[in-house]
Design a protein around this ligand. Structure first.
Ligand SMILES: Nc1ncnc2c1ncn2[C@@H]1O[C@H](COP(=O)(O)OP(=O)(O)OP(=O)(O)O)[C@@H](O)[C@H]1O
Length: 399
């Protein structure tokens, strides 16, 4: 961005911020006292238009870039109206899978099926504009030389201009930005640009919305509210949605179902609770929780640790195991109860305290998140107990 444009940007934003409403005062002087992250205009409910939700099927998708296998036989289905999150670390293939579903990329193997119709396969490829999918990218991809209204109209080229304008205006009003129609993207804040991109994606009433890290450019304070309102809008339009994220908490807040990926493959799929409570691998477990981990050997279906013995279901005799204890599963007790320990740090966080304890026989300090506990001072000897329900045991191999 050059100096002049960054100045315009800053000025444009300052003018908005000075207004009483979070979204800025419209030309007509309407005052809107909602905070900036409360933008969904419920008075406009229904005006975004309901979509006929699509079903998406991905079958045996493989994608290769030179030596890199980005996707290695991925299969999943998304039910009509479902919000599914693709979750995983950077580089695991989430974006590539989304791009293949959209038709922006063609897989080297596998099929994409939309509402029972093959849109990509060995002998067939339907381009993105003919798939009826809405796309929303991380950087919002707004055209800087088009007004906000023109940006939203861009996806409505198949409609006659007056109808396209009406549909775009409705979608903008629905995201609380009707009064910005004649502005340009650089005059809007990041949160407002996100809403323009959302309006553009929903305006053609797609049966399925594919969203790549749609909230990652927003600061943390704004992200929670914008995310909540976006999900409310998705529910209202009824569209199926696939949302890419690397943030487990975000996936848990948004998704009906989460699909966790690793190195081009699906590791586990299920509801947030299933993935959190019953991860099927150490990788999946670690993705959702910062565990205290202790190595141990399985003997007679159990693992013995300095903090007690725990069941090791499904692991054979002699297996090297990792005992995973959730921070909220550790209790701090008066000395003499449970394992012997000493508090080395304590941090008050409001709803919980973070307590760090060294325990006899362990080479690393334990991290405990405690709500109410024995009020031990730093340096004091304490007892340490573990709640068995907060313990998972996995084989160490293949982690
Ligand atoms: N056009 C491309 N050319 C070469 N390699 C690519 C290309 N697109 C993706 N890759 C590689 O494929 C793998 C998967 O990339 P992808 O962008 O799908 O991952 P991701 O999970 O979305 O990551 P991020 O969260 O960082 O966006 C990575 O190793 C990436 O470097």
């Amino acid at each position: 961005m050059n100096d002049a444009s960054s100045r315009t940007h800053a000025l444009g934003r300052r003018a908005r911020v000075a207004s009483p409403g979070g979204g800025g005062a419209p030309a007509g002087g309407r005052t809107d006292r909602r905070p900036p992250w409360r933008w969904l205009d419920w008075g406009q409910r229904g005006t975004a238009g309901a979509a006929i939700p699509s079903a998406l099927g991905l079958e045996g998708i493989r994608q290769v870039f030179g030596e890199v296998v980005a996707l290695d036989g991925v299969s999943l289905t998304v039910a009509p109206g479902e919000i599914l999150c693709l979750l995983g670390h950077s580089g695991c293939g989430k974006t590539t899978l989304l791009r293949i579903a959209a038709g922006v990329e063609r897989p080297v193997e596998g099929r994409v099926v939309l509402d029972g119709r093959e849109v990509a396969g060995p002998s067939r490829f339907v381009p993105p504009e003919q798939r009826g999918v809405g796309l929303m990218f991380q950087d919002y991809a707004l055209f800087p030389h088009l007004t906000i209204l023109q940006n939203v109209m861009f996806g409505l080229k198949r409609l006659p201009p007056p109808e396209a304008e009406e549909a775009a205006s409705r979608a903008l009003a629905r995201v609380g930005l009707g009064h910005y129609a004649d502005d340009y993207p650089h005059m809007l804040s990041g949160g407002e640009q996100q809403r323009v991109a959302l309006a553009r994606a929903i305006a053609p009433r797609p049966g399925i919305l594919l969203m790549d890290e749609p909230f990652s450019n927003l600061d943390r304070r704004m992200r929670d509210g914008v995310r909540e309102e976006t999900v409310a809008l998705l529910r209202e339009t009824g569209a199926t949605a696939v949302v890419v994220t690397h943030d487990p908490e975000e996936a848990m807040r948004i998704a009906d179902r989460i699909v966790l990926m690793r190195a081009g493959r699906i590791v586990q799929g299920g509801t947030a609770e299933e993935l959190y409570r019953r991860p099927q691998s150490l990788f999946a477990a670690r993705f959702f929780c910062d565990f205290n981990e202790i190595k141990a050997i399985v003997q007679s279906g159990r693992v013995d640790t300095p903090l007690g013995a725990f069941a090791a279901p499904g692991l054979s005799e002699g297996t090297e195991a990792v005992v995973c204890i959730r921070p909220q599963g550790i209790r701090i007790m008066p000395s003499g109860i449970g394992a012997a320990g000493r508090v080395i740090s304590r941090c008050f966080l409001g709803e919980v305290d973070l307590v760090e304890v060294v325990a006899a026989g362990l080479d690393k300090p334990l991290h405990a998140r405690v709500r109410e506990c024995y009020e031990a001072a730093v340096g004091e000897d304490v007892g340490v107990e573990v709640m068995p329900d907060e313990v998972l045991v996995f084989a160490a191999a293949g982690a």
